[in-house]
Design a protein. Sequence first.
Length: 357
Amino acid sequence: MGTEPVRWMMMGRGEPLVPVKFEVETPGRDEVLVEIAGCGVCHTDLGYYYDGVRTKHELPLTLGHEISGHVVDTGASALWWIDRAVIVPAVIPCGHCDACRRGKATICPNQKMPGNDIHGGFATHIIVPAQGLCEVDEHRLAAAGIELADLSVIADAVTTPYQAVVQAGVKAGDLVVVNGVGGVGGYAAQIATAFGGTVIAIDVNDDKLATIAGQGAAVTFSARHMPPRELKAAITGFAKEHGLRQSEWIIFECSGTREGQETAFSLLNHGATLCVVGFTMDKVEIRLSNLMAFHARAIGNWGCPPELYPQALELVLNGRIKVAPFVEKHPLREINQVFEAAHAGALKRRAVLVPAN
Ligand SMILES: [Zn+2]
Ligand SMILES: [Zn+2]
């Protein structure tokens, strides 16, 4: 084991995260010990830390649920995993309850989410169930010029919109709107493009729009300069110009803000699908009956079933999804500064905390 095991623990809301040394236990029969390569900082972590969203495990708790690393020890039933590079799913289902058996792993009542149900990834090591781990081929990774730490974001920022795109049934010829193209929406836009959709990106941040314009979005609009009614007219105009449908738009709300959710809802048209990918504690005022009047639907998804992870990873390894332009790596020991910067909106990319640095 290269490094002395340390966890950065949340003691209380908004209190500085504290490094705590700990003894690594022996993994249970079906568990593995992962030496962490990187752990992404998610909006959800900030929600626990700043906004009083309750974690299921009581405090103190190590946050972080976007984890990649190497398996360095295993239980007796998980020997196959030793020395392999892996991505740990953000939501680890039990694999044998009624929901799991019916293919509804994301609503498994026995699920474990690192940094919520169990200690998370802002640490050097973590013990997790082997169930659902996603193996990474390190030869292909090296050939693609990507670091294992970069892949941590697949555990949520990539797979959550991946599941949303699969669930919405995006296919060639679809007009797709992605509202909010930061850490999650940037991937939603690329995934929807890979599935054949024509993607219109909306954000309030011009830098984020510029980044996604070079990575798959067909056109970008700034919600800072255009009210919702104008946005809808602009998208209608774009659809007309490009021979795309004036109905059945597929809208991904990834901003996780009240304004963003209101904007996304206002873009509904006949047969539209609204996918709620981002999260906010704020409430919105909307006319819910528009779903009925437009024969539209609104759907959400809690993470992504582990069986879809290899498909999402494949899109990264074959270059259809670019990860690197959307992440920035920081040493784990700078976690408090990184949280502050992320909370203040001062980061242009998704932060990945790296223990080894
Ligand atoms: Zn997350
Ligand atoms: Zn289950």
